[in-house]
Design a protein around this ligand. Structure first.
Ligand code: ZN
Length: 144
């Protein structure tokens, strides 16, 4: 195992053991998206508060493997405070990262980069993208 893999594994475990933005919003405060990944048994409830074109708040509850839960933690941390366009762009970049593409260097992925190795394990890609799919679905719901 390379030291980079080791670093990435530590970042993933840190988010898994100490999830950021864990919780939920009242229905009156924001919208909630529930999604499952039956192939692994992961489930997530993502609460989103969109205000003035920005992601004012993002929290999640869920159960599942370390990849799905750490990805949800990283996603909420990454999109909070961003504009809806920036958040959707980041979701697109993440989807490309899961297809094994090199990330756009102009974007600071932060901890998200730790999940880049998942691209090599097709069975786990749905775990990593679950939270991001919930984000995209929530934004779509809000725009309707
Ligand atoms: Zn999983």
């Amino acid at each position: 195992m390379s030291s980079l893999d080791d670093l990435y594994r530590r970042v993933i475990m840190d988010h898994y053991q100490k999830p950021r933005n864990r919780g939920k919003l009242d229905e009156a405060e924001g919208l909630i998206v529930h999604l499952n990944n039956p192939t692994c048994g992961d489930s997530i409830s993502l609460s989103l508060k969109l205000e003035n074109g920005r992601v004012a708040d993002a929290r999640f509850l869920g159960e599942g493997c370390s990849i799905s839960m750490s990805s949800a933690s990283m996603m909420t941390e990454a999109v909070k405070g961003k504009t809806v366009e920036e958040a959707l762009h980041l979701a697109q970049v993440f989807s490309e990262l899961m297809q094994g593409k090199e990330p756009d260097e102009s974007i600071d992925l932060g901890d998200i980069e730790a999940l880049s190795g998942v691209a090599k394990f097709p069975a786990r890609i749905k775990c990593a993208t679950l939270a991001w799919k919930a984000l995209e679905q929530g934004i779509k719901q809000a725009e309707q």
